[in-house]
Design a protein around this ligand. Structure first.
Ligand SMILES: C[S@@+](CC[C@H](N)C(=O)[O-])C[C@H]1O[C@@H](n2cnc3c(N)ncnc32)[C@H](O)[C@@H]1O
Length: 271
């Protein structure tokens, strides 16, 4: 097995973000669904609304999104909840997409993006009221350090709400190998319990831990449906191999081994 490094993860997102935007959506995170016919995007925005409700995001909130990708979550939250949002991501080309979107929307006074690494955030202590993060810590080798950084940049009583992939077994098995390889995970995911330990070790007070593992199936069902709808665009822009690989991966994610081994959760904690 290739040892996955931060550089490999950065290259993965740098080279694949356009394809990912078409084959998955502009949000590179999971959604919460209320009906079978819902689109992936609807579920993904419900994830952000749920986080906004937990962390009480409003017009006076200064928010940081760690691992902000192409900036979609910051833009959504800033427009809907009128907060000030800063996104930080490892990959310069992703933050540049975000910066372009901010300019086109005329949101320069409220939204900004910077390059930075979760383990050494480029912000002063106690700068933010809320920190959010979606499906990022799974990529980070030293998660304790990244969580300590989130603690450092939060104001006293600041709120951290994040979602992430989980693996109860906390080891790569024959069933989960393909999942970890495809998503470029450097180490196995945390479990609900190990995250709780990491968060309390830094000093966070745990308010809510939600096991949303059952939602993973709806995500890949919605993604497969979406992929069929955009099939001809994917073939035109990225070719048959990209289409077939993505389809095979989504189908594999609907299979029993993934349902049994890989989970997803939301964590809401206070400094
Ligand atoms: C699954 S995507 C999620 C993007 C975004 N949170 C969203 O919901 O659309 C993971 C993101 O984390 C970023 N990332 C991975 N490791 C990181 C690190 N150590 N520090 C900062 N960003 C990182 C990647 O570049 C990528 O944009």
């Amino acid at each position: 097995m290739v040892k996955i490094t931060t550089q490999i993860i950065a290259e993965h997102y740098r080279s694949r973000h356009q394809e990912l935007t078409l084959t998955w959506s502009k949000y590179f995170h999971y959604g919460l669904f209320q009906g079978v016919a819902e689109k992936l995007l609807t579920g993904q925005e419900r994830t952000l609304d749920t986080m906004a409700e937990l962390a009480v995001i409003g017009s006076r909130t200064k928010l940081l999104d760690v691992g902000s990708g192409i900036g979609s979550s910051c833009l959504y939250l800033a427009r809907k909840y009128e907060c000030h949002a800063v996104g930080v991501d490892l990959v310069g080309s992703l933050t540049r997409v975000g910066i372009g979107r901010v300019k086109r929307l005329g949101l320069e006074k409220r939204v900004a993006f910077e390059i930075g690494e979760a383990g050494s955030l480029p912000f002063a202590d106690e700068s933010f009221d809320v920190v959010i993060s979606n499906e990022v810590l799974c990529h980070v080798v030293d998660r304790a350090k990244a969580i300590a950084e989130m603690w450092r940049v939060l104001k006293q009583k600041g709120r951290l709400v994040f979602t992430d992939l989980l693996d109860d077994q906390q080891r790569i098995t024959a069933e989960t190998q393909q999942f970890y390889d495809y998503l470029k995970q450097p180490v196995v995911c945390e479990s609900l319990q190990s995250y709780q330990q990491l968060l309390t070790a830094v000093g966070f007070q745990v308010r809510q831990i939600r096991d949303y593992s059952a939602e993973i199936v709806s995500n890949y069902e919605a993604a497969l449906k979406h992929l069929q709808e955009v099939r001809s665009d994917v073939l035109d822009l990225f070719g048959l191999e990209a289409y077939s690989t993505t389809k095979a991966f989504y189908e594999y994610c609907l299979s029993a081994p993934i349902r049994e081994h890989i989970g997803w959760g939301m964590f809401f904690v206070i400094k």
